[in-house]
Design a binder for this molecule. Structure first.
Ligand SMILES: C[S@@+](CC[C@H](N)C(=O)[O-])C[C@H]1O[C@@H](n2cnc3c(N)ncnc32)[C@H](O)[C@@H]1O
Length: 239
């Protein structure tokens, strides 16, 4: 039986990672909405925080394929993360709902034989080239009406550039809202008016993006007062 969000969040909260509770809820709900006959895919698993949330929400028979090379500490994913990922998934009782692909996103997407993807969560490397490879590799596999969620959009420069480059005016992907830096898209043919609304939604995130960059810059330069002034509340997360 699927867990409630409260149960899933309690479990996920014990796993190191970078998600707000509202973002965790969005992932849990996306797992729960998985289209019948489709699979969920996660790019970037680290220690399993988001995997726990997505897999906990899956309907009976639903599966999550988690893709991570577990080899590059630069993005938070060294080899010790693999052991932690497996332990956390086992502790949550989710081992039988999650298949691990140990490799990078493009290796998994180019050899994919898992049928239509109903939900794709992109949280791997956040540089432009990798994020474009994530989008270009997985979009052809995502079912009509499926969902694509991207983390660190309008916070990480590479991810933001990739989102704007591919989706600002897209005939197949439209903006469907956000939870801070978690940006949601719906996949499926778009009408002209849907494209206009989608582009307006993405462009409305630019002031947030500017503020996130300014906070990061102030932090890097040690300007504590400026950093505090730019935040909407003390210790505002940058995710
Ligand atoms: C920000 S962490 C993911 C966090 C995770 N989603 C969570 O909720 O804790 C990024 C992860 O992406 C992985 N990664 C880096 N490049 C990747 C790629 N090209 N394909 C798949 N995963 C990648 C890293 O190994 C790292 O574990």
């Amino acid at each position: 039986m699927s867990a409630t969000f409260a149960e899933a969040w309690t479990m996920a909260s014990t796993v190191d990672g970078w998600l707000t509770e509202a973002q965790g809820r969005a992932l849990f709900e996306a797992g729960r909405r998985l289209l019948p006959g489709t699979t969920a895919v996660e790019i970037g698993s680290h220690r399993g925080k988001s995997a726990v949330l997505i897999a906990s929400g899956l309907p009976a028979g639903g599966r999550l394929v988690a893709v991570d090379p577990f080899d590059n500490p630069r993005w938070g994913g060294g080899p010790e993360s693999l052991a932690a990922f497996e332990a956390n998934i086992a502790r949550a009782g989710l081992t039988d709902r999650i298949d691990l692909f140990r490799g990078i996103s493009i290796e998994a997407s180019s050899t994919w034989s898992g049928g239509p993807v109903g939900f794709c969560w992109v949280d791997g490397a956040h540089d432009l080239e990798s994020t474009l490879a994530d989008f270009d590799g997985w979009l052809p596999h995502i079912a009509e009406g499926g969902e694509l969620y991207v983390h660190d959009a309008f916070s990480a420069i590479g991810t933001t550039k990739a989102v704007l480059r591919r989706f600002l005016w897209s005939s197949t992907v439209r903006y469907a809202g956000c939870e801070r830096t978690l940006v949601k898209f719906t996949v499926g043919r778009t009408t002209f008016s849907q494209r206009v609304v989608s582009a307006a939604g993405l462009l409305r995130r630019l002031p947030f993006f500017t503020r996130m960059l300014a906070i990061k810059l102030a932090r890097r330069r040690g300007h504590k007062r400026l950093e505090g002034w730019l935040m909407t509340r003390p210790n505002e997360p940058l995710i």
